[in-house]
Design a protein around this ligand. Structure first.
Ligand SMILES: *Cc1c(COP(=O)(O)O)cnc(C)c1O
Length: 355
C-alpha cells in the first residue's frame, strides 16, 4: 500500500522489549508465565520475535491470518488461537495453531477429526464462564465436556482458562480466581490429567496479582495491552516501571485556517448519521489532519501537546490547536488507546515504522 510517510504508527521496539522484560519478571515472582498476545499489533512478527527472544514460549492471537503470518516469519514459539474456532476454520486451526481456546463440544469433535487425520495432536484450553459473559463453558457443564473430550483422539486438554473484564467488565477478583483454581484441583483429581496451563486472565489481572499472596493453581496470564501500553486494564492505570509511550500515532496537517466555530446553513445528519451539536465560541483556528476512521479509532487518540480533537469523518480529523502553531505539512503526535492501537495496526493505510 502506498504511503507518503503519514499517517504512521511509530513503534519503539526498545520500549516494548523493556516492558516485556519487566512483566515476565513481575509475574514470575509468584510463578506465573505469560502468553504473549499479538492481536493488538496485528500479529507483528517483529514484536512476536521480541517476545520469544525475551523467553515467552506461547504466542497467542485471535486471528488465524496473524498466526499464519508469524508461522511464515519463522517465529519459534507455540502458537495459540485465543478465540474459540469457527467450524469453517477447523483445518486452518490445526495447521497454524498447536493450541486453541475452546467452549463448544461440536467444535472440539471437528478438531479431533482434523488432528487425527493429519496424525497430529491439537491441544485445547477449555475456557470457563466466570461471569464476564463472553466465552466460556458453564462450570456445571464442565464434567460432561471433559468426559467426552477424553474419549476423542487427536485432542489433548492442556488446561483451563477464564476471561475477565472484556464484555461485562467483571473484575478478576480473589474469589473468582480462587474458584478457577479449585476447579483445576477438582479436574486433576477426578480425571487424573495434569492440566499444565491454568490461564487466569489478561492485562486486567494486574491488581489481583499485586494484592494476592497465594496465586493458587494459576500458572499463566495472557498479556497484550500491558506490554504495548504499559497499563493494567481495569481502570487503565500505568504499571510502575513500564513505558506507556511505546507507540506514537503521527498525522499530517492538510488545512489550517481561522474559521467560525459554529457550522452555518440548514443542519441535517453528519457523515455517520448523527445530529451534531456545537456551541458558538466565535472565530477559531481550525486545523485538519488527513486521517479519519479509515485509519484509526479517532476517539482513542490523545494529542501529546495541549490540543483538542473536535471530531472526525472517514478521512478528516478536526483539531483545535489552542496555543500550538500548526501549518500545512506539520506533523502531529498522539498517544493511542488500545482501540486506537488495534485499529491503526490493522489499517492498511497506516504505515508501521519500527524504531
Ligand atoms: C485479547 C485477549 C487477551 C489479552 O488481553 P489484553 O488486555 O490485551 O492483555 C487475553 N485473552 C483473550 C481471550 C483475549 O481475547
Amino acid at each position: 500500500m502506498i504511503n507518503s510517510g503519514t499517517p504512521r504508527v511509530e513503534i519503539n521496539l526498545l520500549k516494548i522489549a523493556h516492558n516485556i522484560d519487566k512483566l515476565i519478571h513481575l509475574y514470575g515472582t509468584k510463578g506465573l508465565d505469560i502468553m504473549g498476545v499479538t492481536k493488538g499489533v496485528c500479529g507483528s512478527p517483529a514484536i512476536a520475535k521480541l517476545m520469544v527472544d525475551k523467553g515467552i514460549l506461547l504466542i497467542a492471537d485471535t486471528k488465524l491470518a496473524n498466526l499464519q503470518k508469524m508461522n511464515e516469519a519463522n517465529i519459534k514459539a507455540e502458537f495459540v488461537l485465543l478465540r474459540t474456532p469457527a467450524l469453517s476454520e477447523i483445518n486452518l486451526v490445526v495447521q497454524y495453531a498447536t493450541i486453541s481456546m475452546n467452549t463448544e463440544l461440536e467444535v472440539i469433535k471437528k478438531l479431533s477429526e482434523a488432528a487425527a487425520n493429519s496424525f497430529s495432536v491439537h491441544e485445547i484450553i477449555l475456557m470457563i464462564e466466570m461471569g464476564d459473559l463472553r466465552e466460556g463453558i458453564m462450570p456445571a457443564d464442565l464434567d460432561e465436556v471433559i468426559q467426552e473430550v477424553l474419549t476423542l483422539p487427536g485432542v489433548k486438554i492442556r488446561g483451563i482458562g477464564a476471561n475477565f473484564a472484556c464484555f461485562g467488565g467483571v473484575k478478576p477478583s480473589t474469589d473468582k480466581l480462587a474458584e478457577l483454581s479449585s476447579l483445576a484441583d477438582i479436574i486433576r483429581r477426578t480425571y487424573d490429567i495434569p492440566l499444565s496451563c491454568i490461564s487466569g486472565g489478561n492485562s486486567a489481572n494486574y491488581n489481583w496479582f499485586m494484592n494476592t499472596e497465594d496465586t493458587g493453581n494459576i500458572t499463566n496470564l495472557r498479556i497484550g495491552e500491558s506490554i504495548y501500553l504499559g497499563c493494567e486494564t481495569l481502570d487503565r492505570s500505568a504499571i510502575p516501571g513500564l513505558y506507556t509511550d511505546a507507540f506514537t500515532f503521527v498525522a499530517e496537517v492538510i488545512e489550517s485556517k481561522l474559521k467560525p466555530s459554529l457550522p452555518y446553513g440548514e443542519i441535517g445528519q453528519d457523515a455517520f448519521g448523527n445530529h451534531p451539536q456545537f456551541t458558538d465560541q466565535g472565530p477559531m483556528k481550525r486545523t485538519i489532519l488527513g486521517i479519519g476512521s479509515q485509519d484509526v479509532l479517532v476517539s482513542g487518540l490523545e494529542p501529546k501537546l495541549n490540543m483538542e480533537v473536535l471530531g472526525s469523518s472517514s478521512d478528516h480529523t478536526l483539531l483545535n490547536p489552542k496555543e500550538v502553531r500548526l501549518e500545512v505539512g506539520d506533523e502531529v503526535d498522539f498517544n493511542l488507546s488500545y482501540g486506537a492501537l488495534l485499529s491503526a495496526m490493522t489499517s492498511p493505510y497506516v504505515a508501521k515504522k519500527y524504531i
